[in-house]
Design a protein around this ligand. Structure first.
Ligand code: R5P
Length: 291
């Protein structure tokens, strides 16, 4: 087995290679003087299983391009199996045509990746209108989750906790994480008016006063979803507010916006490299590749 990456997720790729006692082999990726794309493997791939590990942040568009070129080249060089491990898979949120004429990015990605890869493995992909990855990909897929890791983190580090899921679809992880950590949970209802304007309301009452609130989301992008949930928790007398996410995109002033709303700590997994990373997903990927 040969493990490589296209720049993002290099640390995870090297960790996987070490644990699986496989070779980590870096790619050369660059451009010709006219800007044309250039990619080169430095291994004999004939008959090998090639695993490309690439999270789609930063540079989701370039990552898309990189993995297609790497996957197609691996196949062309005789690899017997080509697998994409995408700790963070971009484009999943554009899962319908919200306005006339829009591209349904997730479908386009799925079509291309399914023809390039034998298997796509990803972690907590944004499954909202899609119920499973089979609606996006026709190749084999594995959908991994960090729920257990996040649940363990809360259990070990937050006393007297209560979990808040900031919107309807967050029940998928908020309830599981709360059960894992043995604490109570409430899931809010969110209305999004624009990327920077959301409103949340609480449907199920839960004791928040004096509690250490942990708001858990799959993605933090602009930070507005977490900020609104944090304001609600603060207004109900939360002692501390921690924001946790699988994929920390932290666009623009997300961290400032959350802090201003009362969030004192932000914790993310390393599906996207960031200073808030506190949970390592390498072992999850290793176990998936052993299947
Ligand atoms: C959306 O449905 C996701 O689960 C997240 O809640 C959302 O992506 C967070 O976005 P933002 O940080 O921009 O509010």
């Amino acid at each position: 087995m040969i493990i490589t990456s296209c720049g993002n997720s290099e640390k995870i790729a090297k960790g996987i290679a070490k644990q699986l006692k496989a070779k980590y082999s870096p790619l050369t990726i660059g451009a010709f003087p006219d800007g044309d794309f250039y990619l080169r493997f430095h291994e004999n791939l004939k008959g090998q299983e090639v695993v490309i590990v690439q999270g789609f942040q930063p540079s989701p568009d370039m990552s898309f391009f990189d993995v297609i070129f790497a996957g197609e080249t691996a196949r062309d060089l005789g690899a017997k199996r080509v697998v994409l491990v995408a700790p963070y898979l971009a484009y999943m949120r554009q899962d319908k045509r919200f306005h006339p004429g829009e591209a349904i990015s997730s479908k386009i990605m799925g079509k291309h990746f399914s023809s390039t890869f034998d298997e796509v493995i990803t972690i907590d992909p944004h499954l909202h209108r899609y119920k499973s990855l089979n609606e996006v990909f026709s190749c084999k897929t594995q959908c991994l989750t960090t729920n257990g890791l996040i649940g363990d983190w809360v259990k070990k580090r937050v006393r007297n906790a209560v979990i808040i899921g900031p919107d309807g679809e967050s029940y998928q992880w908020a309830e599981v994480i709360a059960k894992h950590a043995g604490v109570e949970c409430t899931v809010l209802h969110k209305t999004r008016f624009s990327s920077s304007h959301v409103a949340v309301k609480q449907l199920k009452p839960v004791e928040i006063k004096g509690k250490n609130v942990v708001i858990v989301d799959d993605i933090i992008s602009t930070g507005h979803t977490i900020a609104e949930a944090a304001k609600l928790a603060k207004a109900q007398g939360a002692k501390t507010i921690t924001a946790m996410c699988v994929h920390g995109l932290f666009a623009d002033d997300a961290l400032k916006i959350m802090k201003k709303a009362g969030v004192f700590k932000v914790v993310s997994t390393n599906t996207i490299g960031h200073s808030t990373n506190a949970i390592d997903v390498t072992e999850l990927c290793v176990q998936a590749l052993k299947k």
